[in-house]
Every structure is written in C-alpha cells, then in structure tokens.
Design a protein around this ligand. Structure first.
Ligand SMILES: Nc1ncnc2c1ncn2[C@@H]1O[C@H](COP(=O)(O)OP(=O)(O)OP(=O)(O)O)[C@@H](O)[C@H]1O
Ligand SMILES: [Mg+2]
Length: 244
C-alpha cells in the first residue's frame, strides 16, 4: 500500500507545489523508476492546477506518474488504497475556500509536510492551518522551512526556528534554500533531477535529497489505515494495481 504524503498550508505561495514536485522527483529518481514503471505518484488537488501545468511542461522526463484530481473526490478519499505506488505526494490548494479538499486528503495522509517561509507574515496563516486541520488529522507532521535566502542573513531563519520551537512544532532539519533555479523550474519544464550539472544546481538539488532522506527515514511501523474491499474496488477502476 502506498504511503501518502500531503503537502499542506492554506497560505498561498509558501512552496507547496515546488516541494511536492521536487520531492516526488527525487524520491522517484532515488527509488529507481523506469520509463514504464515508477514507484511514485504525484497528485494535485489544487483547482489552480499549477502542478499539472508544470508536469505537462516536463513531459516524458517527469520521473513520477501524475494525476490532477481536484474534481475527483472518489479518488482523493481512497488514496491509501492505491497499490501500484510506494509513495504518493499530494499538492494541496493555498486557499481557505478549498478546505473540503484538504480535509479529504488529510484523512488519507500517512504524514503531512507544512512548508513555511522564514518570515513573520507567514506565521499566523500557518498556525491556523496547523491548529484547524493538520494537528486534528492525527498523523505525524512536520514544518519545512522553505525559500530561505542565505544572502538575507541568518536573522529571519533564527527567528522562525524560535517561533517553531516555542510552538512546540516538529520541524525538518533540512531547510530548502532559495535558488533562482527552483523559481524558474516550472516555466522551464524541469525538476531538480534534471538540473544542469554544475555546482549551484548541485547545491539546490542537495536540499531536496536531504529532505527525501528525512521523509523516507521516518517510515516506521505499519500504515495507520486498514484497507477495505470496497475501497480497493473503487480505486482499481482508476489505477491498475499490482500486488506485492
Ligand atoms: N526554495 C525556493 N527557491 C526559489 N523559489 C521558490 C522556492 N520555493 C518556492 N519558490 C517560488 O515561490 C513561488 C511560490 O511557490 P509555489 O507555487 O510552490 O507555492 P504554493 O504554496 O504551491 O502556492 P499556491 O498556494 O499558490 O499553490 C513560485 O514562484 C516558486 O517558484
Ligand atoms: Mg501550489
């Protein structure tokens, strides 16, 4: 059964789509997908469909399978029944209006990643999402500091770490730094695993490899959701499944 990783924060523009696409790409690349078969599925639940546009621009080189599912509640409510993949990474909307979608996928989550930008304006909206939706989901979750520009100095990062620590929120050790490469990747139709082979690209990519290790390293114990025959039947109609 797939492990479902949901990337969520109702504040817009914090890096949900950037993290979902690049983390899915690194995990697929690392676990050894082929052109015919990949262990990773990326799912967009965002009606804005920015992940879909990005995936289309990457085309055949996308190392994971992708599906746009914001209008397919029958799939979203059964994500954990999908057997064909080892990992499913779910991008979610950055708006308060689409809370129903978010609740549906959080009920399917094995873990939740909450991207947070290291700047005080981001704190209140993140707190709201965490308290209202993420914590009540009752699954492991962690804050991910994203889009920190080292050229701005350590001040904002330190302040954000203090804020997170004061809240008692679990947090990834990895910080995803700001790189123009990431900002341009969607328009250029690439993911981190296709970045050029130079030092800056290597550094940019490294953050996502470190993050992938933290995400994969925390797979302890059995998934919390039991599968149901009806669930599998419903999903088998959408995704061909292979046992084992
Ligand atoms: N680590 C980073 N380095 C550089 N640019 C980044 C980084 N993270 C995010 N960005 C840029 O910030 C913008 C917002 O990121 P993204 O679209 O991933 O956020 P989002 O949370 O999915 O937004 P929305 O809520 O609108 O769906 C994009 O232009 C993206 O390229
Ligand atoms: Mg997005």
């Amino acid at each position: 059964m797939a492990r479902v990783h949901v990337i969520a924060n109702q504040k817009g523009g914090v890096g949900k789509t950037t993290v979902t696409v690049n983390l899915a790409a690194v995990v697929a690349d690392t676990l050894g997908g082929t052109t015919d078969s990949t262990p990773v599925l990326g799912v967009s639940t965002d009606p804005q469909a920015s992940m879909l546009e990005w995936a289309q621009r990457v085309g055949e080189a996308l190392p994971f399978d992708f599906d746009q599912c914001h209008d397919r509640p029958e799939v979203l409510s059964q994500l954990r029944q999908i057997k064909r993949y080892e990992h499913i990474f779910v991008d979610t909307p950055g708006s308060l209006e689409d809370e129903g979608i978010l609740r549906t996928v959080l009920a399917q989550a094995d873990d939740v990643i909450v991207p947070l930008e290291p700047e005080p304006m981001s704190f209140s909206p993140a707190t709201r999402s965490i308290q209202r939706l993420v914590e009540p989901a009752g699954v492991p979750w962690r804050v991910l500091l994203n889009n920190w520009d080292p050229r701005d100095g350590e001040g904002d990062l330190a302040q954000t770490r203090e804020f997170v620590a004061a809240k008692g929120w679990p947090c990834f050790n990895t910080v995803i730094r700001h790189y123009k490469l990431h900002t341009r990747a969607s328009a250029e139709g690439v993911t981190v695993v296709q970045y050029a082979k130079n030092r800056v690209a290597l550094e940019a990519r490294q953050d996502f490899f470190k993050l992938a290790l933290e995400v994969l390293g925390s797979q302890n114990g059995a998934p919390r959701h039991a599968s149901t025959a009806e669930g599998q039947a419903a999903v088998n109609g959408v995704y061909a499944t292979t046992e084992g």
